[in-house]
Write a protein that binds this ligand. Structure first.
Ligand SMILES: [Mg+2]
Length: 372
């Protein structure tokens, strides 16, 4: 089998609001083969920059568009092709956008392999640890502590046993930070896990102080309180609190994760399949975490392609802790982009068993929303 085409498809809602919302556009990778099988993947990045990394021309030996590197190659050779792409972008893409772009390509290659062999991706990865996985409802904080309280009650009533609130208005004042977390906990009750995503708002000492204040509310984890490169701050925070510190969604390539684990001493490693380097890299990140005794979770705030990828991966590793799941559709792109949707049942997601990723694009929607 040979790769004949690598396409980066940018879809965007007609009206995009300036708000914290990853669901208003998406970059989809579609890889075609001479066997009539195609694969899809997703890139969660700056979409047109990542499209440029895929569709760009050969520039020189260590800076090259990714797509043409793959033409004529065998899609089964995912490990070889990962390093072919990496080595051809040593100059421009060891982290960030080129690795993001490689994530979507790698995802699509595994989708092709699964479809060709009539097996789900997790089986090809050697997985099979579980049939379903506990997920947490992932959402932004309400505008006020009282609204957050009501949201928490709704998620609990929907059957979730874990809920994450994140980002603004956290970070505006100590009193409001504590009130938000307190009301989230009161809304959930005592028997539901509460996760807090700080959204990069504090310095290390403030984060230590907040972690201490939040200890009254029994957090499952405290996520990304510091800017991603502050490894020393992460280490000081982690050593100063019993609250588990989670981070990793900003990272791409396992070498970045090693910094967070070994210098930052984080407790829970979060991996976005659409950013980290795809399945090929995510399996290595999970192994490095396991070696250090660390549980891992996915990160994902975008389409069901990424949700499916996360489920295949989480079913293929021994240290999967829980699955992030955005249960509310937000602007709605996610609910129309693919033919399949995922719905949490009693706070669990079922692992897909269809060949490949088990996800098909809704072609009419793609045609309507794609930006040339
Ligand atoms: Mg986060």
């Amino acid at each position: 089998m040979k790769i004949t085409k690598v396409e980066a498809i940018y879809v965007r809602l007609p009206e995009v609001k300036q708000q914290t919302d990853s669901g208003q556009d998406a970059l989809i990778v579609r890889v075609e083969t001479d066997a009539g099988i195609h694969g899809i993947g997703e890139v969660d990045s700056s979409p047109l920059a990542a499209r440029g990394a895929i569709e760009g021309p050969y520039s020189h030996t260590i800076t090259s568009g990714l797509g043409h590197l793959l033409l004529g190659e065998d899609p089964f050779e995912t490990e070889k092709l990962w390093y072919k792409m990496y080595n051809a972008n040593v100059y421009s893409g060891r982290r960030g956008i080129a690795i993001h772009a490689m994530s979507g390509i790698d995802m699509a290659l595994w989708d092709i392999k699964g479809k060709a062999l009539d097996m789900p991706v997790w089986k090809l990865l050697g997985g099979g640890f579980r049939q379903k996985i506990r997920c947490y409802a992932s959402t932004l904080f309400g505008a006020t502590p009282a609204i957050t309280h009501e949201m928490a009650k709704r998620f609990r009533d929907e059957g979730f046993s874990a809920v994450k609130f994140g980002w603004e208005p956290l970070g505006q004042s100590e009193a409001n930070d504590i009130a938000l977390v307190k009301e989230a906990r009161r809304g959930l009750g005592d028997d539901c896990d509460l996760l807090i995503d700080a959204g990069l708002v504090w310095d290390a000492k403030t984060a230590v102080k907040r972690a201490r204040s939040f200890s009254d509310y029994n957090l499952f984890w405290l996520e990304e309180p510091l800017r991603p490169d502050d490894y020393e701050g992460y280490r000081r925070l982690s050593e100063a609190t019993e609250v588990r510190i989670a981070a990793g969604e900003e990272e791409s390539s396992r070498l970045s994760y090693l910094e967070l684990m070994d210098k930052g001493k984080i407790d829970i490693v979060q991996v976005d399949l659409a950013r980290c380097g795809g399945f090929t890299e995510a399996m290595k990140i999970a192994s490095l975490a396991w070696d250090r005794g660390l549980p891992v979770a996915n990160h994902g705030f975008t389409t069901y392609i990424n949700v499916a990828a996360a489920l295949h991966w989480l079913n293929s590793i021994p240290n999967a802790l829980i699955c992030e799941f955005v249960s509310q559709s937000g602007t709605g792109l996610r609910d129309v982009l693919t033919k399949q949707r995922f719905v949490a049942d009693g706070g669990y997601l079922t692992i897909p068993t269809e060949p490949g990723l088990g996800i098909d694009l809704n072609d009419e929607v793609v045609q309507e929303l794609r930006i040339a």
